[in-house]
Design a protein around this ligand. Structure first.
Ligand code: AP5
Ligand code: MG
Ligand code: ZN
Length: 214
């Protein structure tokens, strides 16, 4: 079980769990949102293309996203496995992922659908801060950093994401329902989907995920 997708609405805890899951499986993880934000901070052409979509909570067009992720997936380090956080997010992206993997060493092993009620998602996103350097997520109440305003892992300052404003959060949740929720059916159809309850302590959710991976 080495090729895993974390699927779920904004704020369910994909980023919080992804690094741990990757460590557990001994593979790399890739968060498409983190890659876009990294491009944005370097003001690369890709970052500038993505910016106008991300800031209002819309999806970056498939052709841009698929190209960026395919490049990552085709790196030799990823041949033994990976954890994907935030990709795929449309049926076209899921089909592109199937194509990339079927050209290589085989398809996905598991899609973990993390589920959390919407009211909790809004609380989580409104209190979230992320690291300016490694993008690790924190929460002012449920998972504050050990030292105020400073990342535990790399000591860089933490900040609030531009798209965690309430209007952009509303838009992201609506876009999820419209464009990403259909992937649940898609992966049920291919027998890859398993559901995990994302409510509860971060450690409890991690244990539930490890149980489905065991
Ligand atoms: P992206 O960065 O992927 O954002 P998202 O999907 O909206 O998801 P989030 O990162 O907001 O939530 P998360 O599930 O990672 O939650 P987290 O672990 O941080 O995408 C951003 C944008 O980039 C998109 O809107 C789009 O424009 C573009 N984009 C990205 N991928 C794309 C794609 N494939 N196609 C097109 N466009 C794309 O947790 C949230 C908070 O909750 C944190 O504060 C955390 O500390 C807290 N928390 C976590 N777990 C718990 C728990 N168990 N209990 C209490 N609090 C918890
Ligand atoms: Mg995230
Ligand atoms: Zn950091």
């Amino acid at each position: 079980m080495k090729k895993v997708v974390l699927l779920g609405a904004p704020g369910v805890g994909k980023g919080t769990q992804a690094a741990q899951v990757a460590k557990y499986l001994d593979v790399n993880c890739m968060a498409s949102g983190d890659l876009f934000r990294d491009h944005l901070s370097r003001e690369s052409e890709l970052g500038l293309q993505a910016k106008s979509y991300m800031s209002v909570g819309e999806l970056v067009p498939d052709e841009i996203t698929i190209g960026m992720v395919t490049e990552w997936l085709n790196m030799p380090e990823q041949s033994s496995g990976f954890v994907l956080d935030g990709f795929p997010r449309t049926i076209a992206q899921a089909q592109a992922l199937d194509n990339v993997l079927n050209n290589g060493t085989g398809g996905l092993d598991l899609v973990i659908h993390i589920v959390v009620p919407v009211s909790e998602l809004i609380d989580r996103l409104s209190g979230r801060y992320i690291c300016t350097k490694c993008q690790k997520p924190y929460h002012i109440v449920s998972s504050p950093p050990l030292i105020k305003n400073q990342c535990d892992d790399c000591s860089a300052p933490i900040y609030q994401r531009d798209d965690d404003r309430s209007d952009a959060v509303k838009k992201r949740l609506a876009v999820y329902e419209e464009q990403t929720a259909p992937l649940v059916e898609y992966y049920v159809g291919s027998g890859l989907l398993t559901k995990v309850d994302g409510l509860g302590q971060i450690d409890e959710v991690r244990t539930s995920i490890q149980e489905v991976l065991a």
